[in-house]
Design a protein around this ligand. Sequence first.
Ligand SMILES: *Cc1c(COP(=O)(O)O)cnc(C)c1O
Length: 225
Amino acid sequence: MISDNLQKVRQEIQNSCALVSRNSDEVTLVGVTKSVDSSKMKELYDLGLSVFAENRVDVLLRKQAELIDYPKIEWHFIGHLQRRKVKDVINRIDYFHALESLKLAAEIQKRANHIIRCFVEVNVSGEVSKQGLRPEEVRSFIKELANYDKIEVVGLMMMAPYDSTKEEQRAYFTQLKKLQEEIHAQNDSNEPCTQLSMGMSNDYQVAIEVGATYVRVGSALFEEE
Ligand SMILES: *Cc1c(COP(=O)(O)O)cnc(C)c1O
């Protein structure tokens, strides 16, 4: 049942926050709905979850049309975004989690009609299959974004390798947290970089212990008992 799953995830978020004396208000649960149709999203909405993430432009646009009567939904885009599709989606989302190149930034700058809240995606583990900047590239990348006034770097985003142990997850998340703090300390008002988008169904508890402020949870919400 979705309601049981949601309650369990929320409880886990509370527990992880309590473990490290964080206020659970600091952690936003983002429901990753790429694997379900909009009827399941309506169920979640009626249960009080209205922050949703999709990773495909066509699917996001279709679901927005289907959920036109749910105006309070906050939309996050979490997948690779092709440059030619930026114009279709960028003004329809609240957060973009996968900024990873200046070419993409330039296209967003060109197409956005308001400031777009972006996470810079970082490939902390170095897995070849993962997108994102290498950690050592992130500082100079964010400096270059100073000329792009439509882009606000709200934080950094990452995915831990699926098969990593809890200790490895903790090490990767800690690396991203340190990088975020360093960038934030440079104190550039266009690029506050205060947020951390990290943690998925199999590792969000550890991510929260390390400092995640947005956890992107999909399968844990929808799995059947
Ligand atoms: C699918 C996806 C998630 C959610 O993964 P689950 O394991 O289903 O929780 C989170 N972030 C990104 C970028 C994804 O593509």
